[in-house]
Write a protein that binds this ligand. Sequence first.
Ligand SMILES: Cc1cc2nc3c(=O)[nH]c(=O)nc-3n(C[C@H](O)[C@H](O)[C@H](O)COP(=O)(O)OP(=O)(O)OC[C@H]3O[C@@H](n4cnc5c(N)ncnc54)[C@H](O)[C@@H]3O)c2cc1C
Length: 401
Amino acid sequence: MKIAIVGAGMAGIATACELASDGHAVTVFERRGAAAEEASFGHAGLVAPACMVGHLGSEAIPVRGWEASPGAWSWRRRQHGSRQAAAGTDARLALARLSQERLRLMAGALELHYQRADGVLVLMRSAKERRRLAPLWEALRGAGLAAHEAGAAAIRTLEPGLNADTPLAGAMHLPGDEVGNCRQFALLLKAEAERHGVIFHFGTTVERVEGGAAPALRLQGHSTPWPCDAVVLCAGTAAPALLRPLGLHLPFATLHGYSVSAPIREPLHAPGSAVVDAGSGATIVRLGDRVRVAGAAHFGNASEAQRKTALQSLYRALHTWFPGAARLVGGLAQEWHGQRLVLPDGRPLLGASGTPGVWLHLAHGGHGWTGACGAARLVADAMAGETPAVPLDAFSAQRFR
Ligand SMILES: Cc1cc2nc3c(=O)[nH]c(=O)nc-3n(C[C@H](O)[C@H](O)[C@H](O)COP(=O)(O)OP(=O)(O)OC[C@H]3O[C@@H](n4cnc5c(N)ncnc54)[C@H](O)[C@@H]3O)c2cc1C
C-alpha cells in the first residue's frame, strides 16, 4: 500500500518503520523542519511500564492553583468517573511491556545508542507519602512488576549523588523501568526508516485528511490532493482539529509540562539513571552528559508568571536532590515547554478511526515514549488485517461512543 503518515514525532517515526518493514511505500508529512520537535523533544525520558499501573511522576501532582480551571476539573471528573479507567490498566500494561520489548529489540538489532540507563528510584519524603504509595507497590507486584524497597545503603549504591541532607522516609526501586533519550532514538530510527525507503517531507503542513474510497491529504500551499491508499494520523496535539471534519469528536485534553536540561557539572553529584520525587512529581534523569528535570503538569494555557513558577519548581527539585550536579548559569540550561494529548482514561487511541482508510496512533498522554514502539506494531498489524498481539478494543475510538 501507499501510506501517508501525518507527524514525525515518536509515534509517527515508529509507525513508519513498522509499515516500511511490512513492505509498504511510506511517506511522512511533518510541519516542523525536523523530526521529534514537539512532545517527543524534551520530556522526562522514562520508559516505565510501572507508570501504567499508577502515576509515579509528572502527572501525579499538578501545579497548585491551575487545577481550578473549569476545563481541567470537568476533564478530571470524567477521568475519575470513567469505568474504563480501572478496566484499562491491564491493556496499558500489556502495551507498555510489548513496547519496551520492541524498543530493546530494535535498539539491539540496529545498534541504536540513545543514552539509556536501567532502573527508576521513587523517593518518598514523608511517612504520609509512604502510606499513600503503599497500595501502588502492592499493585505493581500483583501485576508481576519488580518493586523493591531500597534501604539507605541500597539508595547510596543506586544513586551515590543523591543529597544525603534531604530527609527521606523511603525509596522504591523499579529495576524494570528505564530512561533514554527519546529524541535521539527518534532521529536514529528516522535514519533507519529512510534507509528502508521511507520518504520524509518536512516543513509540510497537512490541512485536511480525506478518507473513504479514495484517501488523500490536503497539503498547505498545494492545490492538488496527495492521494494514497491509507493515512495514519500521528499528529499529537494537532490531531483533534484534523479529526473533527471526519466526524470524530472525542474528549481530548492537552496536558502541559516542562523540563530543564543542563550539562553535568560534577558527575559524582549527578543521577546515574532516574529518580522520581513522589511528592512534587518531578523526574530527574541523566541523559548522557546532561541532567534533565521534568514535571509540573497542568491543563490549559498558563500565564508567564505560572510558567516561571513551574520552572522554578523544577530547579528546586534538582537542587533538593542533586545540588551542584548541573551547570545552570551562563545560558547553559535549556528550558522546554511540552504539550501532550490525553484522553480521560489515559489510554492512547490506536487502530481504525471509523472512516475507511484513516488510521490512528495518538494520545499517549504522558507515556508516548513508553508506548510508541509497541503501539506502532499493533497498528501495522491491524492495517495488515492480522490479529494484534495486544487487542486494540481498549484503545479504539469506539470506547467513547
Ligand atoms: C513534561 C513531559 C514529560 C513527559 N515524560 C514522559 C516520559 O517520561 N515517558 C514517556 O513515555 N512519555 C513522556 N511524555 C509524553 C511524550 O512526550 C508523548 O507522549 C510523546 O512524545 C508523543 O509522541 P507523538 O509522536 O504522539 O507526538 P509529537 O511528538 O508531538 O509528534 C506529533 C508530530 O505531528 C506533527 N504535526 C502535527 N500536526 C501536523 C500537521 N497538520 N501536519 C504535519 N505535521 C503535523 C507535529 O509537528 C509533531 O512533530 C512526557 C511529556 C511531557 C510534556
